[in-house]
Design a binder for this molecule. Structure first.
Ligand code: PLP
Length: 474
């Protein structure tokens, strides 16, 4: 590509992005794409000759853009946010353009040292233990896998990695039914078997019961198992529940288990001192992850993973062929997780923390939490809805239960309402189960959202509910 063609294409793309962000509010959050229609619009074979940039960008506009779900949309209230700030996009351009592989200090000293410094900045901003060591993983799932593998390494004294699990007592990892599915995935990948995941009972607030944890560990030891790790969650995916980290750290400490804390979504709230209570006891965790790529405006992917014992993490992952043996006495992030090749993700954090700034991020979080509170009040006051959980920070859940309907009918209506909302496309919400019954989750997280977007989405939910069930006030 000629220099001038590249420059004019980037100008075109920059305009496209600015227009896209500016017009998001006027679009549906979700497209009404028919399955298979995108692949049908693409040629079966790659082009024989090169295309022009214009042709590729035209096809992007025609085939791709109209069939996107708009995660940056101000009425995207599904799942958790995946916020992309303009600062992060600018950094991503430089990351892509330099194409740096940050696997070793030597393969890009600036990438490694920027990553170390950004992890230290996060510790300062969030009042995390100053002696922790930080690394950017691609996802929280990878950090949780690293924690499970670290625990396996520790309790088997390295034997599981070198000789396999045969002949060892079965290992146990403890978490609750509300933990993210990545915990189960990690246990499976680590070869601990489906019995290796021990589901600890939770209380009425969906928080792990530390007394039940202690009892399960004792029972498992008596049965010849080897308790290895507890995974506590601050801000569960379903309802935003918070396990009691300090009580769990007591049990883990007494029993000699590692403790990993997953705050993939809620971790960003620790930017605000007033939201730090659920993190009490975190200083006694061995491993902690939160996702700047969720609420913090750092585009995919950027998962901040901290460990207390750096040597245990690197021992777990270090394999040392001659071609990777380079400068001594520096951090080589190749040893800190599964992948060897690593993007220079720290640049996104650097840009976001400098250009958006912690104060603006704090203001956004405070707005979202306040709006979730207002919305919860509207839901609680609406005669045909039950507020089921929350708000937990900016996440709440509700059911559509018009007066007099039994639980089974409310289940059906709640499911039908969610389907209607998501078919409609004006807003986008997620289904989950609370105590075995369907609820609709509503999380307020996009950086682009105003209170008027939340209100408009709630009004639309009520209108669609009235369409579904005559007699319900819109
Ligand atoms: N942990 C929790 C509590 C989550 O809510 C999620 C995703 O929403 C994850 C882990 C997985 O995050 P990732 O996609 O970064 O693996």
């Amino acid at each position: 590509m000629q220099r001038q063609d590249f420059v004019s294409a980037t100008e075109h793309i920059a305009d496209w992005i600015a227009d896209y962000w500016h017009t998001l509010r006027d679009r549906p959050v979700r497209p009404s794409t028919v399955p298979g229609s995108v692949s049908a619009a693409l040629p079966d074979l790659p082009p024989a000759d090169t295309d022009t940039i214009r042709a590729v960008l035209d096809d992007f506009d025609r085939i791709v853009a109209p069939n996107l779900t708009h995660w940056q949309h101000p009425r995207f209230f599904a799942y958790f946010p995946a916020n992309v700030s303009p600062a992060s996009v600018l950094a991503d351009m430089l990351i892509a353009a330099t194409g740096v592989n940050a696997m070793l200090w030597e393969t890009s000293p600036a990438a490694t040292e920027l990553e170390e410094t950004m992890m230290d900045w996060l510790k300062t901003l969030m009042d995390l233990p100053p002696l922790w060591h930080g690394v950017i993983q691609d996802t929280a799932s990878s950090a949780t896998l690293a924690a499970v593998l670290m625990a396996r390494e520790k309790v088997t004294d390295g034997r599981a990695a070198t000789k396999g699990l045969a002949g060892l007592p079965p290992l146990s990892v403890y978490t609750t039914a509300e933990a993210h599915s990545s915990v189960e995935k990690a246990v499976r990948i680590a070869g601990l078997g489906s019995d290796g995941l021990r589901i600890v009972p939770h209380d009425d607030d969906f928080a792990m019961r530390a007394d039940a944890l202690a009892a399960m560990i004792a029972d498992d030891r008596a049965a010849g198992r080897l308790p290895a790790l507890v995974v506590a969650t601050v801000g569960t995916t379903g309802v935003g529940a918070c396990d009691p980290v300090a009580d769990i750290a007591d049990v883990a400490g007494t029993e000699g288990l590692l403790l990993h804390v997953d705050a993939a979504w809620a971790g960003t709230a620790a930017l605000c001192p007033e939201f730090r209570a659920p993190f009490a006891g975190l200083d006694r965790a061995d491993s902690y992850v939160f996702n700047p790529h969720k609420w913090m405006g750092v585009g995919f992917d950027c998962s901040a993973h901290f460990v207390a014992d750096r040597a245990l993490l690197t021992r777990t992952f270090s394999v040392n062929p001659a071609y990777l043996q380079t400068t001594d006495g520096v951090t080589n992030y190749r040893d800190w997780g599964v992948p060897l090749g690593r993007r220079m993700r720290a640049l996104k954090l650097w840009f976001v923390l400098r250009l958006e700034g912690a104060d603006r991020l704090r203001a956004m979080i405070r707005d979202h939490v306040a709006w979730a509170d207002w919305l919860a009040r509207l839901v609680a006051e609406a005669p045909d809805f039950d507020l089921v959980t929350g708000p937990a920070l900016s996440l709440l859940s509700f059911r559509f239960a018009p007066g007099g309907t039994d639980a089974a009918t409310a289940d059906r209506l709640t499911g039908a309402l969610l389907d209607a909302v998501n078919r409609d496309g004006f807003t986008y919400l997620t289904r989950t189960l609370v105590a075995g019954r369907p609820v609709i989750r509503f999380q307020i997280g996009p950086m682009t959202t105003d209170w008027s977007d939340v209100e408009a989405a709630w009004t639309r939910v009520r209108t669609l509910a009235a369409d579904l069930h005559p007699g319900v006030a819109a």
